[in-house]
Design a protein around this ligand. Structure first.
Ligand code: PGA
Ligand code: ZN
Length: 439
């Protein structure tokens, strides 16, 4: 058996940041190197993303993954043994063929993504290079250190729907280094917590580590975020800007949007007007899933209205799917795509989606899920894919911090000039303003 051939492939059940079971896969090659990866899990999932295989039944709220683990240990192990772990394309194609379903419900998206990522790790180990370097070899990209998007307040499905909007985030495109981004973000995070406790709120955190959103409406969260940025001595809109994930599919369908906190329902045009007022009032540079995934009319209209000022990201709308990106580009919907490997189900399909995005001039943001673990593969993917941006949740909890910290280590290996800074925001109002010298 050749050195890079897969000799053993097995799965075990491990646990994610919400205490739910998930799948870990370990690959051992002929030369004895090991690759290991864990599947993450979303809570606000797109309907067209790869489906995790869960056992159902009364135990563990039906969330157990014994069937997915068994699929790795039997069908997947049998199919992949003897294949070279350096043949990522061939292995992912074999997984897709073995699954045979449109949304990967046969083997399970969780079984497939953990396998695909474990193979990626094994190949890097077999070559004796860091994971980011192997990913750069596969994608043909020049590795770079991404601009972080960091959650300050959680919301939506990650915070008991306490506010409608899911992520209130900051970006620091004006920073000179990745380390500086984290330092500025840490100050803002802390300032936001102080503002919440000064209002007499108990300060818990949501699923991704952002502060629990005790607000009477979405605008109050935006106002508080601006105050938190100011409290650190920053002028909002200069070095620091705001990014939102509306995750509108969670509260909207067929062109109607129900704002629970304010007890009102908006139609598509009113929803676009509401977002427009926020864009005019706050230094927002990026909006994810502004309209629901079943509202292409709204998404196109929103992109037409604001695409030349903002980054408009499709997450549930595009589900890391190259074909959906191609058709969105044809229709003029979004100008950026979130890359979540477990939405696609395999590494190769994620790379294909990113390449399609690049062909169409779309920006790319590698992203974690709300259910995460100590697995730091996505930090390496963001670097090796030269994605430009990385979103892993907030600035607490080790399943989040592990990803930021891994970027610091990779950054040391890459050298200071590898940080992309504000470049991914080229074409937005922020970039025009910086070019004009007003920052
Ligand atoms: P999810 O949300 O991981 O719960 O699906 C993350 C996001 O919407 O970006
Ligand atoms: Zn999202």
């Amino acid at each position: 058996m050749s050195a890079s051939a897969i000799q053993e492939l097995s799965a075990r059940r491990v646990w994610d940041s919400r205490g739910n079971p998930t799948v870990e896969v370990e690959v051992r090659t002929g030369s004895g190197v090991i690759g290991r990866a864990i599947a993450p899990a979303g809570a606000s999932r797109g309907t067209r993303e790869a489906i995790d295989l869960r056992d159902g039944g009364p135990a563990l709220q039906g969330m157990d993954v014994r069937k997915a683990v068994a699929n790795v240990n039997t069908a997947i192990a049998t199919a992949l043994k003897g294949m070279s772990c350096e043949d990522q394309g061939g292995i992912d194609a074999a997984l897709v063929a073995l699954d045979g379903t449109p949304l990967k419900s046969g083997l399970g998206g969780n079984a497939m993504v953990a396998t695909s990522l474990a193979v990626l790790h094994a190949a890097a180990a077999a070559k004796g290079v860091p994971l980011w370097r192997h990913v750069a070899d596969l994608s043909g990209e020049v590795p770079s250190l991404p601009l972080p998007e960091v959650q300050i307040f959680g919301g939506g499905a990650h915070a008991g729907r306490r506010v409608d909007v899911q992520d209130f985030m900051v970006m620091v495109p004006g920073a000179g280094s990745f380390d500086e981004v984290l330092e500025v973000t840490s100050e803002i995070y802390r300032a936001a917590g102080s503002l919440m406790s000064a209002k007499g709120h108990s300060v818990g955190v949501a699923d991704e580590g952002g502060w629990w959103p005790v607000f009477s409406n979405n605008e109050e969260a935006l106002e508080t975020l601006v105050r938190a940025i100011e409290a650190t001595g920053e002028k909002p809109g200069e070095r620091v800007v705001i990014s939102l994930d509306i995750a509108a599919s969670e509260f909207g369908s067929r062109g109607r949007y129900r704002l629970a906190l304010e007890d009102r329902e908006l139609d598509r045009d009113q929803m676009i007007d509401l977002l427009g007022r926020w864009i005019d009032s706050y230094p927002i540079v990026s909006i994810e899933d502004p309209l629901a995934e079943d509202d292409p009319e709204g998404t196109v209209a929103f992109t037409q209205a604001y695409g030349d000022r903002l980054q408009i990201i499709g997450d549930d709308y595009l589900v890391t799917n190259a074909e959906l990106v191609a058709s969105a580009a044809g229709a003029g919907a979004c100008n950026a795509v979130l890359i979540k490997v477990n939405q696609a189900g395999t590494v190769s399909e994620s790379i294909a989606c990113m390449q399609e995005a690049r062909r169409n001039g779309y920006r790319c943001i590698v992203s974690a899920r709300s259910g995460e673990t100590e697995d730091v593969s996505i930090s390496h993917l963001a670097v090796g894919l030269n994605a430009g941006q990385l979103k892993v949740g907030s600035f607490t909890r080790s399943e989040r911090m592990a990803k930021w910290n891994e970027c610091l280590r990779i950054g040391d290996a890459l050298g200071g000039s590898a940080f992309v800074g504000g470049a991914p925001l080229a074409g937005t109002w922020w970039a025009r303003q910086s070019e004009g010298g007003s920052t």
